[in-house]
Write a protein that binds this ligand. Structure first.
Ligand code: FES
Length: 345
């Protein structure tokens, strides 16, 4: 769909830049159920708007992908119904998606203060779906934010055309949010004399909460990626970035230099060792996260070491785009300053 045939709702969403989306998410986080609070932030880190805008503006997106060393499935268009399958709210995707498509059709610029804001739009849709389906609104706020950003990124035509299906087995679908949180918080028992153990403690790393086989053991203070390599199944069939014998987390350098091994931490971020200056600098360079948090929810699996059981999620792609996006931001700021100078003259 060309920009001219955009719906009013798409234009409304497009009007909000990265800072506006970040502010909306920040204001919504307290209202998002704990089961999806980290997951929602992780999704927004996995699919950054700034990077999407860089591709939208690029004359030759393929060339840009090469320049930013993009690997894996980074196009949200190819995973509209599945990119967020690690959110608890994923199970309500069909209902949320339908409500968002309906909203896009009826949308008029809001008159109330709530309707006029991005966060207000997200809350309004989440509230509607919650009432229709008798579900707590807090369980729908995160997935609704994801749905609106997905619509912003892929456009209404592609968003509405995707099948909107959910792949979730019956047992998992019936799990309560409390049960999911309880499982995430559980540490492995170290046996009767566990308190005497020091370096030989072992912790479970879950990397797909929907798959009981998607887990491996990590020795106390072992790097998450090294522990993953004990899983000798051939994961290259599932993700071509994986190497046979290296486990389900793609790795190349194991020294914070390539950016292949980034992961989101759904539960237990506080049980991974604090970020070293090297890891922090590398994550800024790759563009994954820029934070002072000593134990953030985005980590490099070749650097983070375990001190307890954790639940992680492996993104479907990786790249090196931090410096490029910083330069784009500076250019945009300089253009805006020039524009306002010209107006005032
Ligand atoms: S494997 Fe290269 S940064 Fe971790």
């Amino acid at each position: 769909m060309s920009r001219n045939s955009e719906t009013v709702f798409e234009t409304f969403l497009r009007r909000h830049d990265e800072a506006a989306w970040a502010a909306a998410l920040e204001s919504l986080l307290p209202a998002i159920h704990e089961v999806d609070r980290n997951a929602t932030s992780i999704w927004f880190a996995f699919f950054p708007l700034a990077l999407a805008r860089a591709f939208e503006q690029a004359d030759e997106p393929e060339k840009l992908a090469g320049r930013l060393l993009m690997q894996g499935r980074y196009r949200l268009e190819d995973q509209i119904d599945s990119s967020h399958d690690f959110l608890y709210g994923h199970r309500y995707w069909p209902e949320v998606k339908r409500a968002v498509v309906a909203r896009a059709g009826q949308f008029k610029e809001g008159t109330t203060q709530e309707e006029a804001t991005l966060a207000g739009q997200i809350q309004t849709v989440a509230r509607e779906v919650a009432a229709q389906n008798k579900v707590e609104e807090s369980l729908l706020s995160g997935i609704t934010a994801v749905a609106l950003m997905t619509l912003r990124r892929v456009g209404l035509a592609a968003f509405a055309a995707s099948p909107g299906e959910v792949q979730l087995d019956g047992k998992r679908a019936r799990q309560s949010p409390a049960k999911v949180l309880q499982e995430r918080a559980r540490d492995d028992s170290q046996g009767l004399l566990g308190f005497l153990r020091t370096t030989d403690k072992r912790w479970t790393v879950v990397w797909n909460e929907d798959d009981p086989t998607a887990r491996f053991q990590m020795i106390h203070h072992q790097e998450v990626a090294s522990a993953a390599a004990t899983d000798k199944r051939d994961w290259s069939q599932v993700d071509p970035r994986c190497t046979v014998d290296e486990g389900p987390i793609p790795v190349q350098c194991r020294s914070a230099s390539c950016g292949t091994c980034w992961v989101g931490v759904l539960g237990g971020a506080e049980k991974l060792t604090a970020v070293s200056p090297r890891e922090r600098k590398a994550m800024q360079l790759f563009g994954y996260i820029d934070t002072d948090d000593p134990q953030p929810i985005i980590r490099l699996a070749c650097q983070a070491q375990g001190e307890g059981a954790v639940s992680i999620v492996i993104p479907s792609w990786n790249g090196v785009f931090g410096k490029y996006l910083r330069r784009l931001r500076e250019e945009e700021a300089a253009e805006a300053a020039e524009g306002s100078q010209a107006v005032s003259q």
